[in-house]
Design a protein around this ligand. Structure first.
Ligand SMILES: Cc1cc2nc3c(=O)[nH]c(=O)nc-3n(C[C@H](O)[C@H](O)[C@H](O)COP(=O)(O)OP(=O)(O)OC[C@H]3O[C@@H](n4cnc5c(N)ncnc54)[C@H](O)[C@@H]3O)c2cc1C
Length: 396
């Protein structure tokens, strides 16, 4: 059985950034598994634009040599904002080719404890020993299907993550459920592709991420109010951008700030594209039924909608027990709070040597972990911790 010091499960922004930092450290045998940028390539709609600003969309390497600007220069194609999805996935692959050209795209089927380290089983049955394991496997297993839609077949109701090509709904009547960026942008794309679309939002209003014009024009004021990753409102954004400070706030304050930083909202640039279809607010769906190959949605106000398809842009709820590769015994020894692993310095869980990056780290390190912008902090902290404890040879 082969062995390594660190096995990284996942090759999205977090796994690749962790790889860049760990591989730059001398003497560590690091292996990276997973399909590079697969969540962005296979679970987001073609034509999507990133909501995060360019400054908040870099993957991280130790010297900053692989920034978005470096990518744009290498490709001789200037950056545009908002940044298109297809260019972001291309950026991720360009980054991967440089930091982890030896990446192994096989899936990890199982991670279990083995003595003081871990044993991983790959999809083809090969086994590997690792001293440490970094789980950077993203949010795909956490796609949230609200109860009222669960009885519908997937041909009639599907989660937004099930689609890359929304043009298949051209000429169809589609209800989009949700009031965040994914719902609003999916609806705009559906409308532009010839679907008859209505967005149904539970809350009384849809939030748009406006900034006053004077904030845009006065850079020092913008910097004072918003940290570059631009996660959270004015002022709060600086706390969110400093996870080591954020995590020291009283838990109640952390919870309140986190809710405010990630509540559903649409980017300002999206609003004009959403003027061409109805967005119905304050109306929850209370029941669903099928009628032939259509769906009948009953809303709280007693009205009904008859549609060809329901698109659930209802987000993701972290619950690490949904990672299919975590062995039951290992899972039960990870201290958790509401589905999130409780992490300490270096993003390490209560199982020594097992680390979690990305959204599962949000309970411990705040909302920055839910965004690409958090990958720099995570990769640096992880590397610092691993190097502090690194013996100079691989697991045997
Ligand atoms: C519609 C939508 C739009 C978004 N837009 C933005 C945005 O504009 N800006 C932003 O900052 N964030 C955005 N996000 C959030 C975004 O998902 C995260 O910021 C980002 O993907 C986190 O990266 P990650 O590396 O944690 O996970 P992912 O990008 O999901 O990567 C997970 C990786 O793990 C691999 N993997 C999974 N299971 C296994 C396994 N068993 N074995 C091996 N590999 C495995 C996958 O193949 C993949 O390579 C958006 C999310 C959605 C749903």
């Amino acid at each position: 059985m082969s062995a390594c010091d660190v096995a990284i499960v996942g090759a999205g922004p977090y796994g690749l950034s962790a790889a860049a930092h760990l591989k730059a450290a001398d003497g560590l045998d690091v292996r990276v598994f997973g399909e590079p940028m697969s969540f962005w390539e296979k679970h987001m709609p073609k034509g999507m634009l990133l909501r995060s600003p360019l400054e908040g969309s870099h993957l991280s390497d130790p010297t900053g040599a692989l920034s978005l600007q470096a990518y744009a220069a290498a490709k001789e194609n200037p950056l545009t904002a908002p940044f298109p999805l297809h260019r972001f996935t291309d950026y991720g692959r360009w980054f991967q080719n440089q930091v982890a050209p030896d990446l192994d795209s096989r899936k990890i089927d199982r991670v279990e404890k083995n003595g003081s380290g871990f044993q991983l089983t790959l999809e083809d049955g090969e086994n590997l020993k690792a001293r440490r394991v970094v789980i950077a496997a993203g949010i795909m297993p956490f796609a949230w299907h609200p109860q009222e839609f669960r009885s519908l077949p997937s041909s009639l109701a599907s989660h937004a993550s099930a689609h890359t090509d929304l043009s298949r709904f051209s000429g169809k009547r589609v209800a989009v459920i949700g009031g965040g960026q994914s719902a609003l942008e999916s609806a705009a794309l559906l409308n532009e592709m010839g679907a008859e679309v209505e967005v149904l939002v539970r809350t009384p209003i849809v939030r748009w991420l406006w900034r006053s014009p004077w904030v845009h024009t006065c850079r020092p004021i913008a910097r004072m109010l918003y940290a570059p990753p631009d996660v959270g409102q004015a002022g709060i954004s600086h706390l969110v951008a400093r996870p080591n400070l954020f995590r020291r706030l009283p838990r109640l304050v952390q919870n309140r700030l986190a809710v405010r930083a990630i509540r559903p909202a649409g980017a300002a640039w999206l609003k004009p594209r959403c003027q061409h279809f109805p967005i119905t607010t304050g109306r929850a769906v209370i029941s669903t039924a099928t009628f032939g190959d259509r769906v009948i949605l009953k809303l709280r106000d007693g009205s009904e909608r008859h549609v060809d398809h329901v698109l659930l842009a209802t987000g993701y709820r972290v619950d690490i027990s949904r990672y299919p590769f975590l062995a039951v015994k290992l899972l039960s020894s990870i201290r958790q709070i509401g589905g999130y692993p409780q992490l300490d310095v270096g993003f390490e869980s209560s199982v020594p040597g097992l680390h979690f990056l990305g959204a599962p780290a949000a309970w411990s390190f705040g909302p920055l972990s839910r965004f690409v912008a958090g990958s720099a902090f995570a990769a640096r902290e992880l590397t610092r911790k691993i190097l502090r404890n690194a013996p100079n040879h691989a697991a045997s």
